[in-house]
Design a protein around this ligand. Structure first.
Ligand code: ATP
Ligand code: MG
Length: 469
């Protein structure tokens, strides 16, 4: 079976639609004097793993993003290892390891606090040979349902996504094995898909998102043939399991290049299938301004190694939808705070229906949104109470973005910046003087809230109502 497939992939006459330029995987070995990567640049854990596997008689290489990033002079996020040892054999060699994944089995090997992913060379599932054989491996759109067949190193290279991601670095010889001219593409800064682009996107539509993310992150051009089918095939993203789509979306948003990525996604028509409503949001001018400022800010934070929570990001992406639902509910007579909570529920329910955002992020998103009206109340003890909220910082950053985008006045943001910067005495002085009740009239007493009541609209709706009117 494997031989048959290899014959198909590497023969020009084969029916598999791989362009002539890539139909023959020709191995080039690039020596140290050309690529310049020392084994000392590999993490000690990954180095220990490749060395131990090689000593046990297996082949083992640093693969994927790490080999690519080193060649580009970037610091790899993590080091992945590929080997011809089976997961059981790998697990047997490393005491601190565990086999993970049911369908696509990998081994996590731990050394100290570092974990390295070790995968066995994968082959491509047999497709095209005859219709019947392909049925069980792909769905009706050509999406690969199985990708867990072990294979040779060449096959492992061919089943990867882009040529620049298919390089194997051997730390012991300090050599790079390149079957698909990935090294040349790295030098030329070209992101080129392996094989026939339409077929590869059909197999896994996520590759279209990866193309956008990697091109932005690595400052590369998506090669013309690789880019061409993306717009037409964008609807295929609808068939991708939501959890994979979410993971890839998150990688993209946390890449430190989220703004150019989102702009590019939109230019290629890929944004429709991602988050429900992302297309609508990006088409509203105020929404677009808010997202642009927020993503630029997020990218900056990531570059400065500051934490960014996914909940914060999703609160940003969905805010303008919440805002417009909130306004229309108020226009139809709903009290402000109740309207906000209903709008929040509606928008999150829509995401859940498509399983676009896992429920574990709901609490953070809701807290950030629910705190927003409280920034506009600057009287009494309220600002003092607000700053003690455990999620205050995220909600505060969010409010500043709203000011910057023109949704709230800059004066409000400046007021809060000062309020946080000064001592309590000065804070007291910053509070607007409260209007005293007229003489002779009885002061209405209100029950003092016992604790933070952000999340109980029935308790706060009255206060907010006067502030928003
Ligand atoms: P990053 O630096 O963002 O992690 P990466 O290329 O390392 O980028 P990973 O998701 O860690 O991305 O994937 C590791 C490798 O697995 C890739 O370099 C590529 O060779 C292969 N790969 C990942 N996703 C796919 C896919 N959808 N189709 C084919 N190969 C893939
Ligand atoms: Mg990686």
């Amino acid at each position: 079976m494997i031989r048959k497939f290899l014959r198909k992939v590497f023969s020009r006459k084969a029916p598999v639609a791989i362009p002539v330029s890539q139909s023959i995987a020709k191995l080039s070995i690039i020596p140290f004097k050309h690529h310049g990567i020392r084994r000392s640049q590999i993490s000690p854990c990954a180095l220990k793993i490749t060395t131990s596997l090689q000593q046990a008689g297996f082949s083992a290489y640093i693969v994927g993003g790490a080999a690519r990033d080193l060649l580009l002079g970037l610091i790899p996020k993590d080091f992945d290892v590929a080997t011809n040892a089976t997961p059981e054999e790998v697990h047997h060699i490393f005491r601190r390891s565990r086999i993970i994944g049911r369908r696509f089995r990998l081994v996590h090997v731990m050394c100290g606090s570092e974990t390295v992913e070790v995968s066995t060379f994968r082959g491509h599932s047999p497709v095209d040979e005859n219709e019947d054989a392909s049925i069980s491996f792909t769905d009706q759109h050509g999406r690969l349902l199985r990708d867990n067949v072990f294979g040779s190193q060449e096959e492992d290279a061919v089943r990867r996504d882009f040529t620049i991601n298919a390089l194997f670095y051997d730390p012991s010889k300090e050599e790079i094995l390149d079957y698909l001219s990935g090294y040349e593409d790295i030098k030329a800064k070209k992101l080129r898909i392996i094989g026939e682009p339409i077929q590869r996107y059909r197999e896994d539509p996520i590759r279209m998102l990866r193309a956008v993310r990697l091109a932005s992150k690595l400052n590369m051009q998506i090669e013309a043939e690789t880019a061409k089918p993306i717009g037409d095939l964008a609807p295929l993203l609808q068939n991708v399991p939501p959890s994979r789509l979410f993971d890839e979306m998150l990688k993209l948003l946390l890449s430190g290049h989220s703004l150019p990525c989102v702009i590019d996604l939109r230019a290629r028509g890929l944004h429709h299938g991602l988050l429900p409503m992302l297309d609508i949001i990006l088409e509203q001018s105020l929404g677009e301004r808010f997202i642009t400022i927020a993503l630029r800010n997020t990218d900056e934070r990531i570059k400065q190694n500051k934490p960014v929570s996914p909940g914060f990001l999703f609160a940003i992406l969905l805010w303008h939808e919440v805002l417009s639902t909130w306004h229309s509910l108020q226009a139809s007579g709903e009290k402000p705070m109740l309207a906000l909570f209903r709008a929040m529920d509606e928008i999150l329910a829509l995401q859940h229906k498509k399983l676009a955002i896992p429920r574990r992020f709901d609490a953070v998103i809701q807290e950030i949104w629910a705190m927003q009206p409280r920034f506009e109340i600057r009287t009494g003890r309220k600002p003092f109470r607000l700053i003690t909220h455990p999620r205050f910082r995220a909600a505060y950053d969010f409010m500043l973005l709203r000011c910057e985008s023109g949704e709230l006045s800059m004066e409000l943001g400046e007021w809060w910046k000062t309020f946080l910067a000064v001592d309590n005495e000065k804070r007291e002085a910053m509070l607007p003087k409260q209007v005293l009740p007229k003489k002779g009239k009885r002061k209405r007493t209100r029950k003092k809230p016992s604790s933070d009541q952000t999340h109980h609209p029935e308790n706060s709706s009255g206060n907010i109502a006067t502030d928003h009117e």
